[in-house]
Design a protein around this ligand. Structure first.
Ligand SMILES: Nc1nc2c(ncn2[C@@H]2O[C@H](COP(=O)(O)OP(=O)(O)OP(=O)(O)O)[C@@H](O)[C@H]2O)c(=O)[nH]1
Ligand SMILES: [Mg+2]
Length: 329
């Protein structure tokens, strides 16, 4: 270091060296650099210190980004074989439904605006697990961008309305809010232009609080008002009405297939399927079982739909839900 530095530069240097946190280090290093007089003799020193400062700042901003992502309750990691968002306006019964169908226990209350952060839960359907997420209500007066970002990443949207409170109006408001945040039903893809940059997701409208016969009539009236052929189902989170049917529809909308692995000379484990996107091939399945199979896979024997038992097929053979596969490597 040049010896002709003023005392304030030496002080700042000492504070910088003694600093414990990256934030303090940045502050004192900035002070140190600005206390160094600018002339030819200090060019090299100033350049080195500026490099150090830029490295410290990059590390600090990366740590911040990582921290905020992990801290946010809206950053929910995917678990299970599909992710389904339960959304809608307030008080329609979103938390009640997630609590009925999963192991989660979100707060349920008769007054509006009970839920402020999302809660994931796992729903069992036959032999697979589907992640359901209870969400804060969609609301035009209070917009939380993180909520919409989270919704954009799911596989299926369950859009809930309450048959006890103008369901048609609720649907209109909810659909508009989602659309304003570039989320639309995959069915209506044709309606939008490329530059709209929409995210298309399969939707199902759930008309909740259909507790008895009289509410069933209200559902019919609601159904007649719907345009765009919204797929909809009357349910009751209170009585459990149609919840089994709901699970079946969710499974269909996930558009996945369950494939069972058969080790050579052994029986397949029918309780533990590998889950693939519909249209998946023998090769896709092999990659799920183990990455190494991708290199060594030659053919496969399969049992299931559209094949005879143990039929030998090529790597690009498209699988069906329920197929049993023995990989030949
Ligand atoms: N009659 C009837 N009431 C229901 C049904 N499902 C939910 N409720 C009631 O509706 C009220 C609101 O239910 P929540 O599950 O808290 O509604 P939410 O959509 O999560 O509400 P927010 O968190 O405010 O968005 C509660 O009093 C529930 O008991 C149902 O199927 N039938
Ligand atoms: Mg709620």
């Amino acid at each position: 270091m040049p010896t002709n530095l003023p005392p304030e530069a030496h002080d700042a240097e000492r504070r910088y060296k003694e600093a414990n946190t990256p934030k303090e280090k940045i502050t004192y290093l900035e002070e140190y650099i600005s206390a160094i007089p600018k002339h030819k003799g200090t060019d090299r020193l100033r350049a080195d210190l500026r490099k150090k400062l830029s490295r410290l700042k990059t590390a600090e901003s990366q740590a911040k980004k990582k921290g905020s992502r992990q801290d946010s309750s809206f950053h929910i990691s995917r678990e299970g074989d599909g992710q389904v968002m339960v959304t809608g306006l307030t008080n329609v019964g979103k938390s009640s439904l997630v609590s009925q169908l999963t192991n989660a226990n979100p707060k349920i209350f008769e007054a509006s605006f009970t839920t402020w952060s999302p809660t994931p839960g796992m729903m069992e359907y036959e032999n697979i697990n589907i992640q359901l997420i209870d969400t804060p209500p969609l609301n035009k007066d209070y917009v939380n961008p993180e909520l919409y970002e989270m919704i954009k990443k799911c596989d299926v949207i369950l859009l809930m309305v309450s048959l006890k409170a103008d369901p048609f109006r609720q649907l209109e408001v909810a659909v508009k809010l989602l659309e304003e945040h570039r989320i639309a039903p995959i069915r209506l893809k044709e309606k939008y232009k490329r530059e709209d940059r929409m995210i298309f997701i399969p939707f199902l409208v759930l008309a909740n609080k259909c507790d008895d016969q009289s509410m069933e009539e209200d559902f019919e009236i609601f159904g007649e008002l719907l345009d765009d052929n919204w797929p909809s189902l009357p349910i009751s989170a209170s009585t459990g009405y149609n919840l089994e049917k709901l699970k079946q529809i969710v499974f269909k909308k996930l558009n996945v297939i369950r494939i069972y692995s058969k080790p050579h000379g052994k029986e397949p484990d029918l309780t533990a399927p590998f889950v693939l996107k519909a249209g998946g091939t023998v090769e896709d399945f092999a990659g799920k079982v183990h990455r190494d199979f991708l290199k060594t896979l030659k053919t496969a024997h399969i049992w299931g739909k559209d094949v005879f038992d143990g039929q030998l097929v090529a790597k690009d053979h498209v699988l069906n839900d329920g197929d049993i596969v023995e990989l030949c490597v």
